[in-house]
Design a protein around this ligand. Structure first.
Ligand code: FE2
Length: 371
């Protein structure tokens, strides 16, 4: 299943990122994300302006919902310090939760402290991030979005006497699509998500020494096509939530959604453009606690038969078209806690040291483009 090769700049063979022969479970999707921080007011304004529906949780937390997926897509709890609590993934049966608990040694499935108290299992990833896997009775499939608007194109111009006026409102957010986790412990983290949750690598971007820098992982739904990536593991000097992305119906929903966020006083992180790996039309915005959230539309879907592809890591490889990547987009958010973590990682036994910083800097300057 591996379409390997060599890094075009160095000629060094890519180190494969293999699928798990027998994963503990195969999760169906990413369900929700939990954050804590001091920016509850900003969180409420940002996520509603972004297009999610807000309601107050039983425990005083802020809950934000999309149209499909788990009943709640984002939870934000008031706290003195900003933190990413962790992701929750969905499985389609309770039996899978029992299997996951038995095979990992985690506590048996029990109602989780989440809206609706779905049964679930709590794991901890190699970075100490709490990873929940739950079964949602009330999981919602994607809604119909109606017929696509007529488009005048070349000699085919069906839209006559009908000016195009997309609604001036926040984006229609269909579902939580994916998240990216940055980690200095790349290998252990990628193996955890692949072997525990059954995620499979769609595309891998590698450093000039052949080691993976970013793996785009998708859910294994067999013959049923699924998003190109649901969870991404990125080699970064500190562990942190990098961004999360939400699906909207089309380009106008991306563009008008961004317009509404800008008028709401929020700052664009990067966009609008079209990615290469995943092909989505994208637009990134800075939300509460300086974290990035993305609207996307028209992404690739792969079934499980599609093999893993390998590419050189490069900034040029992030988009097919779009504005240049702002430096603020790539810079990890470094508070004192992260600076200390960075120093500890560089000087200690972490797998992200000065050599990795140099390799990443070289890689980002590479002109190599993925197919
Ligand atoms: Fe993304």
């Amino acid at each position: 299943m591996i379409d390997s090769g060599a890094h075009p700049d160095s000629g060094v063979p890519y180190i494969p990122v293999a699928r798990a022969a027998d994963p503990h479970v195969k999760v169906h999707d990413l369900a929700l994300l939990e954050f804590a921080g001091p920016d509850a007011e900003v969180a409420k304004r940002f996520f509603t302006g972004f297009g999610l529906q807000h309601r107050q949780g039983d425990d005083g937390s802020l809950e934000f919902s999309a149209e499909a997926g788990a009943p709640v897509a984002v939870i934000y709890r008031q706290a003195a310090k900003a933190s990413f609590v962790g992701p929750t993934f969905a499985v389609t049966t309770v039996a899978e939760l029992e299997q996951l608990a038995a095979r990992t040694g985690a506590a048996a499935p029990a109602p989780l402290q989440l809206p609706g108290h779905p049964p679930g299992v709590i794991l901890t990833d190699p970075n100490g991030v709490s990873v929940k896997v739950a079964h949602f009775e009330a999981w919602r499939t994607l809604p119909a979005c109606g017929e696509a608007a007529l488009v005048n194109r070349g000699d085919d111009k069906p839209r006559i006497n009908a000016p195009r006026r997309p609604q001036r409102s926040p984006s229609r957010v269909l579902r939580l699509g994916h998240m990216v986790l940055g980690t200095p412990e790349w290998e252990a983290t990628a193996r955890f998500y692949i072997e525990t949750l059954g995620l499979i690598p769609s595309d891998v971007q590698a450093l000039p020494d052949g080691r993976p820098a970013v793996a785009f992982l998708r859910c294994d739904r067999g013959d049923e096509p699924t998003d190109h990536h649901t969870f991404v593991v990125a080699r970064l000097p500190v562990m942190d939530f990098e961004h999360a992305a939400f699906e909207v119906p089309d380009l106008d929903e991306v563009g008008m959604g961004g317009q509404m966020l800008r008028e709401g006083g929020f700052r664009r992180a990067w966009g609008i453009g079209r990615h290469i790996l995943g092909s989505q039309i994208f637009d990134y915005w800075f939300g509460p606690d300086g974290r990035k959230f993305e609207h996307f539309a028209d992404g690739d879907l792969f079934d499980a038969a599609r093999p893993t592809r390998y590419h050189a890591m490069s900034v040029a490889g992030l988009s097919q078209w779009g504005p240049p990547v702002p430096s603020a987009f790539l810079r990890p958010k470094l508070g004192w806690h992260e600076v200390l973590q960075l120093l500890r990682n560089l000087l200690g036994k972490s797998s992200f040291g000065f050599r990795e910083i140099k390799l990443m800097a070289n890689a980002m300057r590479s002109a190599s483009l993925p197919d």
